[in-house]
Each structure stands twice: as structure tokens, then as C-alpha cells.
Design a protein around this ligand. Structure first.
Ligand code: NI
Length: 133
């Protein structure tokens, strides 16, 4: 049985958060939550929304940011899809059973009002994020 997952956002790596905001705005995106600094991951985060699709701009502000390596590989690019679930433990176990591996452990996300998130990866799909309710 597939886990109960709802798409929350698409994470989008950007090198310059203000310029990226302006470029998305010119495509018709609205700012849902303006730029916040996540000092745990050393990234600036901004949520934009268009037609019900939520984009999370993720911009490293330090060399040792968690996404600095990804930035070198992907440049400006979408790189994860984040899911919400009503039953975190069940969804997490189901993902592990389906071949996902946790990249980190549950850690608060300041840009999501401190809700805890975990990142997982799978050889076929790449990276996903799971938010604890
Ligand atoms: Ni995300």
C-alpha cells in the first residue's frame, strides 16, 4: 500500500534569492512567505505560489551550507519534492520499505514554523522531504 502523501512544495535551488524571486514574480508567482534564514542548514528560504503550486526557493548563504554540494552539481534547479502526511511513522516506514534511505534525522525547519522534516533519497527518484505533522 502506498503511503498517505500530499505534495507540499517543490524545492528549488537558487544562487541569488532576490533575483530568483523577481524572476518567479515575472512569471506570475506570488510570495507566500518572504525570505527567512534557516541557520541550521545555512540557507535562505522563500515560499512562492502559483496556481496551487508551491515553490520553495533554497539559497545557500555560506560555503558549508547543507546544499552547497548540491548547488555545484545542479546549479539553479528544482531538486526535491516535499510531502506532508497525516501519519508520519507509517509514511516513513513505508518509504524505507520502498527503498528510500534517510539522509538526515528529523530536524526543525524554521521556514515551516519549526515543524520537523527529514530528507530521504532513492536511487531512482533522488531526494524527497517528509514533513512531520
Ligand atoms: Ni523543502
Amino acid at each position: 500500500m502506498s503511503p498517505d502523501l500530499t505534495v507540499h512544495h517543490i524545492g528549488y535551488l537558487v544562487k541569488k534569492v532576490q533575483k530568483a524571486k523577481d524572476a518567479f514574480a515575472s512569471l506570475g508567482y506570488q510570495i507566500e512567505q518572504d525570505t527567512l534564514r534557516d541557520e541550521i542548514r545555512k540557507v535562505d528560504i522563500c515560499f512562492l505560489i502559483k496556481d496551487g503550486y508551491r515553490i520553495e526557493l533554497v539559497c545557500p548563504y555560506a560555503e558549508d551550507s547543507v546544499v552547497s554540494g548540491l548547488m555545484k552539481r545542479f546549479k539553479n534547479s528544482p531538486y526535491h519534492i516535499c510531502y506532508e502526511t497525516t501519519d508520519f511513522e507509517a509514511a516513513y516506514e513505508s518509504l524505507l520499505a520502498d527503498g528510500f534511505m534517510a539522509i538526515d534525522t528529523l530536524t526543525p525547519a524554521p521556514a515551516l514554523s519549526g515543524r520537523q522534516v527529514v530528507f530521504l533519497t532513492n536511487a531512482v527518484l533522488g531526494m524527497i522531504e517528509l514533513i512531520k505533522p
